[in-house]
Ligand binder design. Sequence first.
Ligand code: MEV
Length: 444
Amino acid sequence: MTRTISGFSKLSKRQKIEWLAANFFEDPAAAEQTLTAWRRPDEQQQNIIDGFTENAVSNYTLPFSVAPNFMINGKAYAVPMVIEESSVVAAASSAAKFWLDRGGFHAEVLGTVKLGQVHFRWGGNPARLRALFPALKAHLFATSADLTANMRQRGGGLQEINLLDFTHLEPEYYQLRASFETCDSMGANFINSVLERFGNQLEHFIETHPDLSDKDRDVEVIMCILSNYTPNCLVRAWVECSEAELEDLARDAGLPGHAAVDRICTAVRIAGIDPYRATTHNKGIFNGIDAVVLATGNDFRAIEACGHTYACRNGQYRSLSRAWVERGVFRFELEIPLPIGTVGGLTALHPLAKQALELLGNPSAPELMMIVAAVGLAQNFAAVRSLVTTGIQQGHMKMHLTNILHHLGATAAESTAAQDYFCRETVSFSAVRTFLERQRSNGF
Ligand code: MEV
């Protein structure tokens, strides 16, 4: 048995599976069977998926779900969501329906600027570099014009380049920070290509500049890469209605008058005070956001990284949403940077991402930003609403019941009986097991 290998990527898929099955699994035949069974039977479809990453040996399947009834800026959407957590889609759908009768969701894009950086070392006089910078900037604009031409034609491109001096924190360290408009694409490849050109041209400019002495010609580019923190690629989504329109919320929870609204606002303020609660609160927002981002073929790690940095932009990690009542009007609002795209990358390659975008009416990137933010807000509303009224376990475990039944190998008849029984009882793993044991010993 050998658990390391060289040249794994060169093996055929069959050989990869055989090697894994033989070396890592107690039952190699069963392992081979599982890895093979989850592949697409249609070879052409499978080839598309295999092309996404190196060393693909099977497919990891998640449900492609839909949350209907999202009214956003007066337009109705059925929103595609890809997520494994059982209660998320149900919660989004219920919040969408709730707000459908109260004016729906509102959203606006506050900016679409993306950023990239060239990090470099230069040992000369900082004032000298500052003096040279206008000429360097013009040089970088000119020498990247071929790369930005297409984007400029679409209304975007390179917008600005700034020089930042960090020599007080790290000897000789400077940064070029460039801003971009990438239209409907997320733009990562575009930005990174332009930045690498900047890196080469920065070296060329300094090394050949006639006004610089030999000792000032030493420049070292450390790295060129986009920044996933894009605070000016920002969207705001909100819901609002009169407090009176929320009275049934309190009534359903057996609370007096405006108590539910008051508790919601307090819960959101708590997430603005305490980072431990803020992390969970924002995780609830990302339950919705990630699911749509993933369904539409976007990079959910980029979105998460950006959102969490934004959540601590003032020095402490806080809630991304806010809720308050003013003159009898309740408003619940989410502001979040969402650098996403609707063209390029996986959006056109993955058949279901393509389908997801079509389901949304093939939106522009700004429209998708508004949809995603609305779903994040819906998810946050649903979670906080449950937390301050019934608690989340009741709904969550009801949704989780199906998973527990599958895990315990329940038959269709046993599942139907269990669904019926647990309408009235608290769901837990042991309660479901006891229920099934009782059923089986009674000869059902
Ligand atoms: C669970 O996935 C998400 C929640 O914990 C979010 C929250 O607490 O606000 C319910």
